[in-house]
Design a protein around this ligand. Structure first.
Ligand code: KIV
Length: 275
């Protein structure tokens, strides 16, 4: 059955954990969907894990639309959430609604995600008023990496923790259907989760959130550039891929691939006429 924003709310209310992963293509989305994931985020993390950029800032609307289309074709049951890229919503409420509309209309997602607290509440309100569900994202918001001075844990001081708690309430009041809490102390995430009625989706925020999200290349052991502390590698797909690719190279070089069963036949009569 298709997961919707209602499913997310029901799971919070029934204390059933919500599962989310990122994906950027049809085949991966299909595998996740078959596995029973609740939601798939076409994250702007694609800039880093798919395109090799050092941060998420260069990701464009066209990038997200292109990848969302592919994911939406593969995700029959998972809720598809598309990330709003840097400067696609910060510039004005008009831009935010226009670009959220493009993600839904062209990408065929069922919700959008954007980063920030009070500063983006007018955008959240306007997008929700246009009947587009919004997932908020607070704590470590990677699009603000330059303002933060790096990818750092947020909300450790009393002032910063109070701000994150206030932001969670503000995005809820603005109409967000869920909020991502990234890289905040576990006890703070637990308090936020108890203080808002919408689901909290944690990444580096401990087990007290209503759900979890990870970047799939991180959790499958495919992205080796660095491994954040909050990532658990549930498989070592990168190592398996390397093994398979090495076997392909070796068999191609020694002539054992392709074998008879991988080749197509032609009548001897036909081929002989060509000599
Ligand atoms: O872009 C992304 O993948 C994200 C998740 C890490 C929450 O925003």
């Amino acid at each position: 059955m298709k997961n919707t924003v209602m499913t997310f709310q029901r799971q919070k209310d029934e204390q059933k954990k919500i599962t989310m992963l990122t994906a950027y293509d049809y085949s991966t989305a299909k595998v996740m969907d078959n596995a029973g994931i609740n939601g798939i985020l076409v994250g702007d993390s694609l800039g880093m894990v798919m395109l090799g950029c050092e941060d998420t800032l260069s990701v464009t609307m066209e990038d997200i639309i292109h990848h969302t289309k592919a994911v939406a074709r593969g995700a029959k049951n998972a809720l598809v959430v598309a990330d709003m890229p840097f400067m696609s919503y910060q510039t004005s409420v008009y831009d935010a609604v226009y670009n959220a509309g493009r993600l839904m209309k062209e990408g065929r997602c069922q919700a959008v995600k954007l980063e920030g607290g009070a500063a983006v509440c007018p955008q959240i309100e306007a997008i929700v008023a246009a009947s587009i569900p919004v997932m908020a994202h607070i704590g470590l918001t990677p699009q603000s990496v330059n303002a933060f001075g790096g990818f750092k844990v947020q909300g450790k001081s009393e002032e910063a923790a109070k701000r994150i708690l206030a932001e969670a309430k503000q995005v809820e009041a603005a109409g967000a259907f869920a909020v991502v809490l990234e890289c905040v102390p576990a006890k703070l995430a637990e308090l936020v989760t108890k203080s808002v009625s919408i689901p909290t989706i944690g990444i580096g925020a401990g087990a007290g959130c209503d759900g979890q999200i990870l970047v799939y290349q991180d959790m499958l052991g495919m992205f080796g550039d660095f491994k954040p502390k909050f990532v658990k590698q549930f498989a070592h797909v990168g190592a398996e891929m390397e093994k398979g690719i090495k076997a392909y190279i070796a068999e191609t070089q020694n002539g054992t691939f392709p074998a008879q069963e991988h080749t197509f036949k032609i009548d001897e009569e036909v081929i002989n006429k060509l000599y």
